[in-house]
Design a binder for this molecule. Structure first.
Ligand code: FPP
Length: 250
């Protein structure tokens, strides 16, 4: 069992689908949007947890490429919330040595939001603490499709032979190619789906599902997920004997 204070078994990269904001609000007879506001507080708690536990990367699914299908009013309010939150939190995150990055297609967002994304990435570029990746207008299929288009262009230009295409080359064209792949994926809100999140990058990720709604998520809930992760044996296709006695087995 993981000793308290032993951070060595902690996942290096945690990816989260923050689900259940709407249901959290509904349960309290509040408008759905209040759930998203409470969701921001949960984001702050989880960032703090990752910072203290020396987690290297936290990737949050803030807005999927499918979320545009939500009622117009909810989408507009979510955009305002993103802009407002970034405005409010950037100084604090920067002081905490957090590096901010965004993945997903930005062109669909307002000029102001695109500008904010670029500014906050630039401002925190040299920070060496937690890397906080915000997935916004992100979709795993689209990520892979764009990578394929880029590779096809290279083949067409004669810079690459089809037989030279391998996993490393594909991974290098995807979002966040320089970051390690998620070790732990958490989804709150009771659904057990991956919902077009980091499809390629999560091939060997450990999955953890909880019924807790995202606004109720806190350091204790994160610790439960991280502890659960620490009990898993990651085999990456090998047998448990190979993992347990690497020197004795081929
Ligand atoms: C899913 O819950 C949540 C979202 C689509 C939005 C997530 C956004 C936040 C937590 C706000 C802040 C984030 C950042 C990074 C500033 P849902 O609305 O689908 O909940 P439901 O399934 O209960 O309806």
């Amino acid at each position: 069992m993981q000793q308290e204070g032993d951070l060595s078994k902690n996942p290096k990269h945690i990816a989260i689908i923050m689900d259940g904001n709407g249901r959290w609000a509904k349960k309290r007879f509040l408008p759905r949007f209040m759930g998203h506001i409470a969701g921001v507080k949960a984001v702050n708690r989880v960032v703090k947890y990752c910072d203290t536990q020396q987690i290297k990367v936290l990737t949050l699914f803030a807005f999927s490429s499918e979320n545009w299908r939500r009622p117009k009013d909810e989408v507009a309010k979510l955009m305002d919330l993103f802009v407002g939150t970034l405005d409010k939190e950037l100084n604090r995150l920067d002081k905490k040595n957090v590096r901010l990055r965004f993945i997903g297609e930005r062109a669909a967002f307002s000029e102001k939001m695109q500008q904010q994304m670029a500014t906050s990435e630039l401002r925190t570029e040299k920070n060496t603490g937690l890397t906080l990746v915000i997935a916004a207008n992100y979709g795993g299929h689209r990520d892979i499709t764009l990578a394929m288009q880029e590779i096809a262009q290279q083949v067409k230009a004669g810079d690459l032979q089809p037989e030279e295409i391998n996993e490393d080359l594909i991974a290098a064209q995807l979002s966040i190619p320089d970051l390690s792949e998620p070790d732990l994926f958490i989804r709150t809100g009771g659904e057990k789906r991956v919902s077009n999140f980091l499809l390629w990058q999560m091939a060997y990720t450990e999955f953890y599902f909880t019924d807790k709604f995202w606004p109720d998520f806190n350091a204790e809930a994160m610790q439960d997920a991280v502890h659960d992760f620490s009990t898993r044996q990651r085999r990456f296709g090998r047998t448990s004997e190979q993992v347990e006695n690497p020197s004795e087995t081929n």
